[in-house]
Design a protein around this ligand. Structure first.
Ligand code: PEP
Ligand code: MN
Length: 344
């Protein structure tokens, strides 16, 4: 059930409703909207008696939730969530969020070279795995904390926000200490203990769609994070497994408007894992922005042929510049913007 507060409800009235919900043994999730606050209720197995809440001051109405997810749905919050990372960097607002960088942090020089290239082109967020979920146990697994320290230096030197993956519950402590956004990868989309741990973090979470996940499964995975009290979740379409063999995955761009209809969470697109081929990254990036995504996550490497992972889908900094110039023009048609090229 959702409690819709009146538009002029005071902070005290909202607190009192939350206390009442907690006293009933449930969890209250107050979510401010542009006109009024809605309070989601979780933890109840049975429907809740609305009368006990509706009589409280400031309450407009109690509405049953028709969907299995309570907190990620637009029923709770009409307007899209904007995640503010500080220094003017936001995900979900009019400015597109562009996350670029290597698949994995390999060494300091590699990370710095790529960071300089993507920052100059206008990216405001840097990606790079320090913990890599690899298909083979013999493949490069990432530099772990040494990699996170390199990312911290990149943040300081280039003013880029850091997005990096936590692959299990144990790695979240370190990842949240060094990063601005915790990435949860496709293979972990239904790692429920990891989702719950990320839900207790104060860092925003980038949740990638599992390779065979339906839209409902993606939204329910996000619901795990919100239900623990972390409302800053960005969804990411990164391709699903189909019978096609001309790409690594099939980028499901039709999921973008579907998510936007059902959920207030922002959604971005990863055309690199989505296609697995560098020559497809630019055309699918154009399409992702045109379809209404809130941003992109793109793998960029200055020497893709030497990359320790995913070199065949990484574009080089000059191609990334071209990509940014093209999507800047597409964004303008849609009333969206891109950060200016930097002069660093
Ligand atoms: C990645 O972003 O490097 C990654 C491993 O992606 P995914 O989880 O989508 O495979
Ligand atoms: Mn990768």
């Amino acid at each position: 059930m959702l409690v819709m507060m009146k538009s002029h409800a005071t902070g005290e009235e909202i607190d009192a409703v939350c206390r009442k919900i907690e006293a009933m043994g449930f969890k209250a999730h107050p979510i401010p909207g542009s006109t009024r606050t809605a309070i989601g209720i979780t933890g109840n197995q049975e429907p809740i008696e609305a009368a006990a809440i509706e009589c409280l001051p400031g309450v407009g109405e109690c509405v049953p939730v028709s969907k299995p997810y309570k907190l990620v749905g637009r029923e709770l919050k009409e307007e899209t969530t904007v995640i503010d990372l500080g220094d003017g960097v936001r995900i979900g607002g009019p400015e597109l969020a562009i996350i670029a960088g290597p698949c994995a942090v390999e060494n300091r020089e590699q990370a710095r070279t790529i960071a300089a290239g993507v920052a100059a082109a206008g990216a405001r967020l840097f990606r790079g795995g320090a913990y890599k979920p690899r298909t083979s146990p013999y493949s490069f697994q990432g530099l772990a904390e040494d990699g996170l320290k390199i990312l911290e230096d990149v943040r300081r030197e280039f003013g880029l926000k850091i997005v990096t993956e936590a692959i299990d519950v144990e790695s979240v402590d370190l990842v949240e200490r060094y990063s601005d956004v915790i990435q949860i990868g496709a293979r972990n989309m239904q790692n429920f203990s990891l989702l719950k741990r990320a839900g207790k973090s104060r860092r925003p979470v980038l949740l990638k769609r599992g390779i065979s996940a339906t839209l409902d499964e993606l939204l329910m995975a996000a619901e795990y994070i919100l239900s623990e009290g972390n409302y800053s979740v960005v969804l990411c379409e990164r391709g699903i497994r189909t019978f096609t063999d001309h790409t690594r995955n099939t980028l499901d761009l039709s999921v973008i408007p579907a998510v936007q209809r059902l959920s207030h969470l922002p959604i971005i697109v990863d055309p690199s894992h989505g296609t697995g081929r560098r020559e497809k990254v630019l055309p699918l990036s154009r399409a992702a922005i045109a379809v209404g995504a809130d941003g992109l996550m793109v793998e960029v490497h200055h020497k893709p042929e030497e990359a320790l992972s995913d070199g065949y889908q990484s574009i080089q900094p000059p191609e990334f510049r071209q990509l940014m110039e093209e999507i800047r023009q597409i964004a303008a048609v849609l009333g969206r913007t891109l950060a200016p090229k930097s002069t660093i």
